[in-house]
Design a binder for this molecule. Structure first.
Ligand code: UDP
Ligand code: MG
Length: 323
């Protein structure tokens, strides 16, 4: 690896790790992350008081005991514990907001070492090169099962088709500097989908690729049901396109009514119909399109309300002149 061009003083880094029932993996993960912190400090990429922050998501096993035990022997392992299980996205946000109190850079990664910790060096180099956000992007998914690969890619494509802007094959392995964390703190929505918020923020961003390894121990806490609900949260929290599709379907049906009308009248005049069929067919199609158009119009208003109630920041200022 080439030596980085360091332009800033070593920043205080927080490696933020959401943990839910991770007693099997934490005794392996924490020493690896502490070792990475040590190397970052040696290379001048991070300050000596950088730390690992575990965000315990209401685990029911010995996760919190393990975090506390590590903290007793090394204060570079810190933790917060949520009062009960609120899901990965909330646990991660809680960790990031805690880290924002006293760090310059946060890097979020999973507890199971699937997000290659070696990539952290590259992310820090990008930070020193002036980037505010660095997305970890999977270069391949060969370690995932066939099913997980197909469903995950399917979700990304579907989300994109529905108008949700995300970084392809990026989950939540990312570096955020203080500026990005400050922007993130302005979003107070409760249906959290961090992957959607980050591109919304903008700032100076880049990606680094990494190979995703298999889980080092334990089982996935993201079954298909949780993935589905996250994906739906993503779409419904960021885009009103599905509602616009209702309106468009209504318009297309209204156009199709002309064809249906021609067909019905021809059949009627040729005497191929029974009594009442023609009027029923015409009213069915015409009313159907009107109902869809009406729903679409209501949807447009609901879409506006949905944007307003989130009270998202309208913009973030990236630069200002000095004088
Ligand atoms: N996680 C969490 N709360 C939950 C579920 C998961 O904090 O309700 C954490 C988990 O401990 C891990 C990360 O989120 O650090 C990703 O979970 P997992 O590795 O099980 O997901 P997968 O990699 O299988 O998609
Ligand atoms: Mg995992």
């Amino acid at each position: 690896m080439s030596e980085p061009a360091i332009t800033k003083a070593p920043p205080r880094v927080a490696l933020v790790v959401p943990c839910y029932n991770e007693e099997e993996v934490l005794p392996m993960t924490l020493p690896v992350l502490l070792d990475i912190l040590g190397k970052l400090t040696e290379r001048g990429l991070a300050a000596a008081d950088s730390y690992v922050l575990c965000s315990n998501d209401g685990s029911r096993d010995r996760t919190w005991d393990i975090i506390s035990r590590f903290n007793d022997s090394d204060p570079r392992v810190k933790g917060i514990s949520l009062a009960h299980n609120r899901g990965h996205q909330n646990a991660l946000l809680a960790g990031l907001m805690r880290a924002r109190r006293d760090c310059d850079v946060s890097i979020s990664l999973d507890a199971d070492l699937q997000d290659s910790p070696e990539t952290i060096f590259e992310m820090m180099e990008m930070y020193h090169a002036g980037y505010d956000i660095v997305y970890g992007v999977r270069s391949d998914r060969s370690s995932d099962t066939w099913f997980k690969r197909v469903t995950a890619h399917g979700f990304y494509r579907f989300q994109r088709a529905m108008g949700l802007e995300t970084v392809f094959d990026h989950a939540d392995f990312r570096l955020l500097d203080r500026r990005a964390l400050d922007c993130l703190s302005e979003y107070d929505e409760s249906n959290l989908f961090l992957r959607g918020i980050m591109p919304h923020i903008g700032l100076k961003w880049t990606t680094v690729t990494y190979r995703r390894s298999p889980r080092c121990a334990g089982e996935s806490k993201y079954p298909l049901k949780a993935m589905l609900s996250l994906s739906i949260d993503g779409i419904t929290s960021f885009t009103a396109k599905p509602m616009r599709l209702i309106f468009l379907t209504g318009l297309v049906m209204l156009l199709a009514d002309i064809g249906v009308g021609i067909w019905v009248f021809t059949a009627h005049w040729l005497g191929q119909t029974i009594s009442g069929w023609s009027s029923l067919m015409l009213s069915l199609w015409f009313l159907g399109s009107l109902v869809l158009i009406a729903l679409g119009i209501i949807g447009e208003y609901i879409g506006k309300i949905f944007v307003e109630v989130k009270h998202r920041p309208r913009f973030h200022v990236a630069e200002e002149t000095k004088n």
